[in-house]
Write a protein that binds this ligand. Structure first.
Ligand code: SAM
Length: 222
């Protein structure tokens, strides 16, 4: 029987049984140099939105194999990588070996329960919301607010259904009959959806933007 999309732990552990599979499901390729270059790009977006400061504790929801953490951690006080999959975290541990300000944390797939209230300066999540149900996306936005210190910043992104390339992602998956859709199939968002999540969760200074006619992203402040 195919797995349920919302059983994130089982779905994502089975997609990351080997290093090759984990890389492919994280990024669609296995080339380490491209991984690094793409992560630099993600860090640039974080700089332009929530900002990156040397005194910040950063937390990533759905960190995968630490693609972003490896590039970001030298610029911040601490980087905490959270993921639902123990396999992903094991691979992240190997990739991040020797980086002393890095911590990895397994989470349930629905919340940030092991993380104390008001203990983090920036929470971000990238290339993750497309794999979650809308309610689980929103719950992570609420959880991000809980763990952020007052004034803390939050960033999230997803493929934008309203963009040309985002629509192509949607259309491409029309080929799956309802019973055959992979559990991790990408489901797009829109800028208004992300904005609504941040506003309802109580974030201030909420902003949304798009990029490369593909991404929708939103950020705000507690
Ligand atoms: C496409 S990968 C992106 C990884 C990383 N953010 C990056 O950009 O390189 C999606 C990641 O989200 C994780 N994930 C999936 N569902 C999750 C959930 N409900 N809670 C936390 N992590 C989840 C997966 O295990 C995987 O590591």
């Amino acid at each position: 029987m195919s797995k349920l999309r919302g059983d994130y732990k089982s779905v994502w552990n089975s997609l990351s049984g080997s290093k090759q599979d984990a890389y492919l499901y994280v990024a669609g390729y296995t080339d380490e140099d491209k991984f690094h270059a793409d992560a630099e790009d993600t860090v640039d977006i974080l700089r332009e939105t929530v900002g990156v400061k040397a005194e910040d504790v950063f937390l990533e929801i759905g960190c995968g194999v630490g693609r972003v953490g490896r590039v970001l951690s030298p610029f911040v006080k601490q980087w905490v990588g959270c993921d639902v999959s123990a396999n992903m975290l094991r691979l992240a541990g190997r990739r991040l070996l020797g980086l002393e300000n890095v911590k990895l944390q397994e989470i349930s797939g629905y919340d940030l329960q092991p993380i104390p209230d008001e203990s983090v300066d920036v929470v971000y999540t990238t290339v993750v919301f497309m794999h979650l149900e809308e309610w689980d996306r929103y719950n992570y936005v609420r959880e991000a607010r809980r763990v952020l210190r007052p004034g803390g910043r939050f960033y999230c992104d997803n493929v934008d259904l309203a963009s040309k390339a985002g629509w192509a992602v949607f259309e491409e998956s029309l080929r799956f009959p309802p019973g055959d859709r992979p559990a991790q199939i990408s489901k797009c968002s829109t800028q208004p959806e992300l904005e609504a999540f941040l506003r309802h969760a109580g974030f201030n200074d909420v902003k949304v933007a798009g990029r490369l006619d593909f991404w929708a992203y939103a950020w705000g402040r507690k």
